[in-house]
Ligand binder design. Structure first.
Ligand code: EPZ
Length: 419
């Protein structure tokens, strides 16, 4: 397994370009199941999770061709309607094939994803919503077995905003008979990106980005070409990294509108941020004011930037508080940060982060995707050598993060694993 070695402290300077959004590309690639024809999807990042979803689509019978940032997919010959455990356990977002397979082929057998490092992550809201559309859902031997005589539009209320639940239902409802209204929907920009792609395919979706989404069912959709949005979590990760190391970086090919909550917090902490149409200039002198932050569904502060922010706040002028309201176990990075010198106290979903805690390099272990990003930032600001193992977690969601940081002046190397 690869490792990442960082010699800190670093000072970041220069410019970096953001890749396509993993969490938009995944549902948009899956939406190709909804019709025949060849889809051309561009700005698709090179990530492990993207490889996983493409191999699942191929397993179902789709023809997949990848050329640099572009993916061509044809779902003319779907012959399998089962997403096996081996595939789904490596990436929970595989559950997104459930809605499209039911909508177009009226059947699907998808392994229950099971939990992951950050929480139990049930899919009860996905299944209850599909039953409202007229699906018969059975759970057998760890699998969801779904079938329908034909989905019918319905009014669906989500007990809690669910990103992939909203995406699954938006896709399923495009081919349902009649109108579907999703209430208390998630509002993430990735949902709007998916809705735009589906509307280009001939769907009639309105309200994406708000908490009420209306989908008028149509008889069929058609293949399209679509360019995936930029990755707002990668952008936020770089904003926090520069804030923590000090420096001046222009982040290009990004959309600051998607990061208002983070930008407001970083500005309050004393970081200088100026936003242009598709770039952000960030400057930091490393004097950081402490903060109180609550993670919330979009447009609130994103849970996917909580671990990264925690590292920054370990260097603040005084104690900070972060409350993680989305996932019940998303503090796995804390034990590793403590080993580097952070002083963090956990009480349930609340972390109190003492400031003024200089970090020192250490061997640490990544536990999940965003925790691994926080360890990279910690390595950049720590004095001495940090060795991060299990970086396959990082490769799930960041395209060449070590290379991008090296171009900004970081002393960072990837050591290829022997196994
Ligand atoms: C998506 O996960 C993202 N993944 C996650 O990003 C992100 O952290 C999360 O949304 C929250 O923003 C993708 O888009 C592929 P949810 P998702 O359903 O859809 C509960 C990353 O780092 N819930 O919005 O699985 C759930 O337990 C990943 O890129 C139910 O109770 O998250 C959680 O507490 C990590 N029942 C809350 O809702 C359900 O049926 C929000 O989860 C579904 C969800």
């Amino acid at each position: 397994m690869d490792k990442i070695i960082i010699h800190g402290p670093s000072y970041l300077k220069g410019e970096v370009s953001i890749s396509g959004a993993k969490n938009a590309a995944l549902p948009i690639l899956v939406s190709s199941l909804l019709s025949s024809g060849t889809y051309e999807i561009s700005n698709v990042p090179h990530l492990k999770d993207i490889e996983t979803i493409l191999s699942l689509l191929s397993h179902l019978g789709a023809t997949v061709k990848r050329n640099k940032e572009e993916v061509k997919i044809s779902s003319d010959a779907i012959s399998c309607f089962e997403a096996p455990y081996e595939q789904v356990k490596t990436m929970r977002a595989s559950i997104l094939v459930l809605g499209p397979l039911l909508a177009r082929f009226k059947k699907a057998k998808v392994s229950l994803p099971g939990g992951c490092a950050i929480g139990e992550r049930p899919i009860n809201l996905h299944l209850a919503a599909l039953e409202k559309l007229g699906a018969d859902i059975q759970l057998e031997n760890g699998y969801v077995i779904a079938k329908t005589a034909g989905l019918k539009g319905a009014r669906i209320y989500f007990d809690t905003p669910t990103v992939t639940g909203t995406e699954n239902m938006m896709m399923a409802a495009t081919l349902a008979q009649g109108v579907t209204v999703l209430e208390n929907s998630a509002r993430e920009p990735e949902i709007t990106d998916l809705a735009n792609a589906l509307n280009q395919m001939g769907a009639f979706i309105s309200g994406a980005g708000t908490d009420t989404i209306t989908i008028e069912g149509v008889r069929e959709l058609k293949a399209t070409s679509y360019r995936v949005m930029q990755d707002r979590i990668e952008t936020g990760t770089f904003l926090i990294a520069v804030a923590a190391t000090g420096g001046e970086v222009e982040i290009k090919n990004c959309n600051s509108i998607h990061l208002e909550a983070l930008i407001e917090k970083l500005t309050a902490a004393g970081v200088k941020i100026s936003c242009q149409k598709d770039s952000i200039l960030v400057k930091s002198d490393r004097i950081i004011q402490n903060l109180h932050v609550q993670t919330q569904p979009y447009p609130g502060f994103p849970t996917d930037l909580q671990a990264q922010l925690m590292v920054l706040l370990s260097q603040a002028q005084g104690a900070s508080v972060i409350t993680e309201n989305i996932f019940e176990n998303r503090f796995n990075h804390v034990a590793e940060l403590r080993r580097m010198g952070a002083n963090i106290t956990i009480d349930g979903r609340t972390a109190v982060i003492e400031g003024f805690t200089p970090l020192s390099g250490a061997p640490v272990m990544a536990t999940d995707l965003r925790a691994s990003a926080s360890l990279v930032i910690a390595g950049l600001i720590a004095r001495g050598k940090t060795e991060i193992s299990r970086v396959y977690h990082l490769d799930r969601g960041y395209e060449q993060l070590d290379q991008k940081l090296k171009t900004l002046g970081a002393n960072i190397e990837r050591v290829r694993g022997v196994s």
